[in-house]
Design a binder for this molecule. Structure first.
Ligand SMILES: [Zn+2]
Length: 147
């Protein structure tokens, strides 16, 4: 039984006693029931608000952990910013690249404007990428210029 149901049940019991509402006892019980009804309403309202707050809090926690993850990812990324270096086969310019540029598969040499494409097949092991071994592998396999 909920609090509200119990109050309703009590009210029924007291009504069944057929107390005279004008006499002292009758007035007392009427007042008691009235206070209990108010309390039951307040409890129900608080329970609802509490449930809503708990739900909102869950959402906040979820968003917070998503932001945290993103932040941590970025942090990691910052620590090995401009990790990769390639040498332009046309003008020998040293070009520094980050993960995003690498992921695009090609870039334009800032010195001569040559478009450089990278073949990343065989370099898909993400662990190797995150450990920063990719620069070595790229250095060994310099990118080929595309006409
Ligand atoms: Zn170049």
């Amino acid at each position: 039984m909920t609090v509200t149901e119990r109050v309703v049940y009590l009210k029924g019991l007291i009504n069944g006693m057929e107390l005279d509402a004008d006499k002292k006892e009758g007035r007392l019980w009427t007042a008691v029931i009235s206070v209990m009804e108010e309390l039951a309403d307040a409890v129900v309202e608080l329970q609802q608000q509490n449930a809503e707050l708990a739900e909102e809090l869950d959402d906040v926690y979820e968003e917070l952990s998503a932001v945290e993850e993103e932040f941590l990812d970025e942090d990691e990324f910052d620590s090995d910013d401009l990790l990769y270096q390639v040498i332009c086969p046309t003008c020998d310019e040293v070009i520094y690249m980050d993960d995003d540029m690498l992921a695009e598969g090609s870039t334009v040499c800032p010195a001569c404007g040559e478009e450089l494409e990278f073949d990343l097949s065989g370099l898909e092991d993400e662990e190797m990428v995150s450990e920063g071994n990719l620069d070595q592998m790229i250095a060994e396999e310099s990118p080929e210029a595309v006409e």
